[in-house]
Design a binder for this molecule. Structure first.
Ligand code: XIL
Length: 378
């Protein structure tokens, strides 16, 4: 029986049984994914030598179905984020129940290979289950949100090193003076929902790093500047009120042609650090949607963006984790959301669709290798 068959069998079993304990689950999973030592010269190894963590987001199915990909993931990544498995539509089949099976298996995969595990995400207005709209209202929203956070964070207490507690809460287009996005959470609970969520996560796991995760913070234009100001004002207020928020997650979904290292963005990140917050790159990829068709040129321009952006970001000493959103062009959400007009496959990640490293891999290596060394890896 091949390793692929064994992994498939493990999935089939997992659909039928709920493991009795973490130890049982670990025994079951480790039988199918033996640990291999961290290889010298991998992104994982280079990151760790600089006091950094490099990692990626992946869904469980991709790992389970692709042994070679699983191997590349644990060799190259010291930290793993479930791309889908901790979102409400995966975890919450009904208002009364939780289904941790896929997330648990991903955790055990990470843990059995000595990788850290990140949580994404507790409060977001997207990826909600079908029952949400007809079930949640102003009367029960607080208990629904708080019990979700407390159950999920407690389940992984001591296992998840950092949580994206609130995801993408700013949307200037919604017209509020504070810049908050008008989501069901905001409509039912008011702006306080953000502080409530952080307090609930902290109560369930006092050791987890709690992250405010936001997108599209890099451009130098007026809209991004207003967004940065809204983020800064909100984080300042949360810190002043003693809310346990520890880091800003900069999603870093970039396009190859975006100018990213401008003075306004630089000042903003400095102000974030001055608040005592850390910075994490949570979801980096570089869209080649509007680049010329030639593959060599595309890969070169994408790699240049990785190198320029990461070299700039790594000046900030609090930045210790760099995550890409996926690791290979074979599996990237951008294929659906930002396809190329000419229909050619997109190439936004460090590995190509055949799982070969690309110039972007080399750019990430170079940016990390030349970064000032971090004292600790927490
Ligand atoms: C995306 C996943 O990659 C897709 O597979 C899914 O269909 C939609 O969500 N910002 C986030 C992530 O915070 O959760 C999103 O992930 C990508 C944008």
């Amino acid at each position: 029986m091949t390793r692929r068959d064994l992994l498939k069998m493990a999935i089939a079993m997992s659909a039928a049984t709920i493991p009795g304990s973490w130890d049982e689950l670990a025994a079951e999973t480790s039988a199918h994914s033996p640990t291999s030592p961290a290889l010298p010269g991998t992104l994982r190894d280079i990151a760790s030598a600089r006091g950094l963590h490099f990692g990626a987001a992946v869904p469980w199915e991709e790992l389970a179905d692709n042994p070679l990909y699983a191997q590349i993931i644990h060799q190259q990544c010291g930290i793993l984020t479930p791309e889908l498995e901790l979102k409400w539509d995966c975890l919450r089949p009904t208002p009364q129940s939780f289904d941790f099976r896929k997330a648990d298996r991903l955790y055990v995969f990470a843990n059995s290979h000595g990788m850290l595990f990140r949580g994404h995400t507790l409060v977001w207005e997207r990826a909600l289950p079908k029952w949400f709209e007809s079930t949640v209202d102003a009367r029960n929203a607080e208990s629904v949100m708080m019990s979700h956070i407390s159950t999920v964070v407690s389940h992984f207490a001591g296992k998840i090193c950092s949580w994206d507690v609130v995801n993408e809460p700013i949307q200037l287009g919604d017209g509020r003076a504070d810049g908050l996005k008008v989501t069901p959470w905001l409509r039912f609970l008011g702006p306080e929902y953000i502080a409530m969520a952080f307090h609930a996560a902290h109560a369930a796991d006092p050791n987890a790093m709690l992250v405010f995760n936001e997108d599209w913070l890099e451009p130098e234009n007026a809209a991004a500047q207003r967004k940065r100001q809204a983020v800064l004002a909100l984080l300042t207020q949360l810190k002043r009120s003693g809310v346990p928020v520890h880091a800003l997650g900069v999603q870093s979904h970039l396009s190859a042609e975006l100018q990213t290292a401008g003075p306004h963005f630089q000042r903003f990140l400095q102000e974030i650090e001055d608040l005592g917050l850390m910075i994490i790159i949570t979801e980096m990829d570089v869209s080649d949607q509007h680049l010329p068709a030639d593959i060599e040129e595309r890969d070169r321009l994408v790699a240049t963006q990785y190198l320029d952006y990461l070299s700039f970001m790594l000046q900030f000493k609090s930045l210790k984790s760099i995550m890409t959103w996926g690791l290979t062009d074979r599996f990237t959400w951008l294929a659906k959301v930002h396809p190329r007009p000419d229909g050619l496959p997109v190439r936004p990640l460090p590995y190509d669709a055949e799982l070969n490293p690309k110039p972007a891999w080399e750019a990430i290596r170079q940016a990390m290798e030349t970064a000032p060394r971090r004292a600790t890896t927490t």
